[in-house]
Ligand binder design. Structure first.
Ligand code: HEM
Length: 438
């Protein structure tokens, strides 16, 4: 795989014309059941299948639709803050905040997709070991994506597939149950689930079902594939950005002070900060962009295959079939684009530059990839992040539990099952209607 860091090549490799197809890296990440591939929006290498899956639902993820999902996010934020208050503020217990942010991210995408949280926040624990399975899956899959033939040997050859007793993942099982509930409710013209009335049932699943009923070409497996991919693609990723923001704000106290000052200067912010309010504070926006730049959740290069006629990339001729990929972790530290302090957390870089420089930096951000296979859920994750961070930091004081600070040691996670982002939490000020909020 030829690793490319030249920012100028982004439109070439990841253009909207889709000339560079996804490599076998994605085959490793595709799901097989009993020897058959289950097509998914993210992993499919087949552009026809991708079109079939994306066209009917792209509009649901659009910016103009976003506000209609806001009540679901509000409801999960409310539960998150309530749990923090009762489990950590009142008891003064140390909180593994990395874990709680991940539980928030799972539950909020569950609520947006199914009108029902997966239950992490209420239980305070890893429901059905979903987080543990996700960790184990990527721990195994990441090295194998670099040697796709190994996947054939270890998992996706016909003999092993035949012998394997397939265990349905808890996320797929959860999606199936919700789909079944909705179908039953539709038959009896009832609204489904305990929270059904709450948001007039405009969750993703309802919209997916509407789309499928209008288009007879929709394959029967599509609704499940769409719903499941929301959870698998949209939970860990969002959690990683949330952790990065909190970690860096705790580490660089002057940065936290700047954000607090900005939030405190806006007493008009709603109890749960509204999406339209969250878009205006500039330092908040800069922190979120800087987190996506410093610690893009998708850490391996987005691999693509050079089209059959070959290509010239950064002055080098590459024959058709060569696998190329741009790693966001390298591109985001390009000194010429982001400045000579690109290795450091400095949100102000997004505020001090002129409009031209800002556009240049934004165009070089690969947090969500670029072009026609870029993230369909970007707006949804922004909705969650732009609302949670200001609401949380305005009302709660967080500090590292260890006064010496905190360095993440991911490798220890195998032993401890903890993320290591341990914090103590206090209420900041009795916000005007905190009682009501909790
Ligand atoms: C901070 C949060 C997120 C990050 C950093 C992120 C990142 C990405 C990236 C880098 C890709 C493209 C990967 C590639 O080219 O190989 C992608 C694709 C995708 N993401 Fe996200 N994502 C996030 C949140 C979400 C959410 C919330 C959803 C669903 C609601 C979602 C659903 C998808 C899907 C379905 C695809 C495949 C799109 C396609 O191929 O057309 N993502 N994401």
């Amino acid at each position: 795989m030829v690793s490319v860091s030249d920012v100028a090549e982004i439109p070439n490799i990841y253009g909207f014309n889709g000339k560079y197809k996804k490599s076998d890296f994605y085959w490793v990440l595709s799901f097989y059941v009993k020897g058959k591939a289950i097509p998914g929006l993210f992993a499919t290498q087949n552009e026809e299948v991708h079109r079939l899956l994306k066209r009917p639902i792209a509009g649901i993820y659009s910016m103009s639709n976003l506000i209609s999902f806001e009540p679901y996010v509000d409801s999960t934020i409310r539960e998150f803050l309530k749990q923090l208050d009762s489990r950590f503020v009142q008891t003064r217990n140390v909180c593994d905040f990395g874990k709680w942010l991940q539980m928030f991210a799972f539950d909020v995408i569950g609520e947006i997709t199914f009108s029902k949280r997966l239950g992490f926040l209420e239980s305070g624990d890893d429901v059905d070991d979903i987080m543990e399975n996700s960790w184990n899956y990527f721990y195994r899959a990441a090295p194998v994506t670099q040697m796709p033939w190994l996947e054939y040997v270890l998992a996706k050859n016909p003999i092993l597939q035949y012998l394997r007793i397939t265990k349905i993942s808890p996320i797929v099982a959860f999606a199936r149950t919700r789909l079944h509930e909705k179908e039953e409710a539709a038959k009896t013209h009832q609204k489904s689930g305990p929270d059904a009335d709450l948001h007039q049932n405009r969750d993703f699943l309802t919209r997916f079902m509407e789309v499928a009923s209008k288009d007879p070409a929709t394959p029967p497996w599509a609704i499940n594939a769409w719903a499941t991919s929301n959870i698998t693609a949209g939970s860990d990723t969002t959690a990683i950005i949330l952790r990065t923001i909190i970690y860096n704000l705790l580490k660089y106290t002057e940065s936290m002070e700047s954000l607090r000052a900005e939030l405190d200067s806006r007493p008009e912010l709603s109890d749960i900060v509204a999406w339209k309010e969250a878009l205006t504070p500039p330092y908040l926006d800069a922190c979120i962009k800087e987190a996506g730049r410093m610690h893009p959740p998708f850490a391996l290069p987005y691999e693509r295959v050079v089209p059959p006629e070959g290509s010239v990339i950064s002055g080098q001729k590459l024959p058709g079939g060569t696998v190329v990929g741009m790693p966001a972790w390298v591109v985001h530290r390009d000194y010429e684009t982001f400045g000579y302090d690109a290795d450091s957390w400095r949100p102000k870089r997004w505020l001090e530059c002129d409009a031209l420089q800002k556009r240049k930096m934004e165009n070089a951000l690969l947090t969500f990839d670029a072009g026609h296979r870029s993230c369909i859920g970007k707006n949804i994750s922004y909705l969650e992040i732009y609302k949670l961070i200001p609401t949380l930091l305005r009302d709660f004081e967080l500090q590292f539990a260890d006064p010496g600070g905190c360095e993440w040691h991911v490798e220890n996670r195998w032993l401890s099952r903890q993320t290591g982002l341990n914090v103590k939490i206090k209420r900041r000020s009795p916000a005007k209607s905190s009682e009501e909020k909790l």
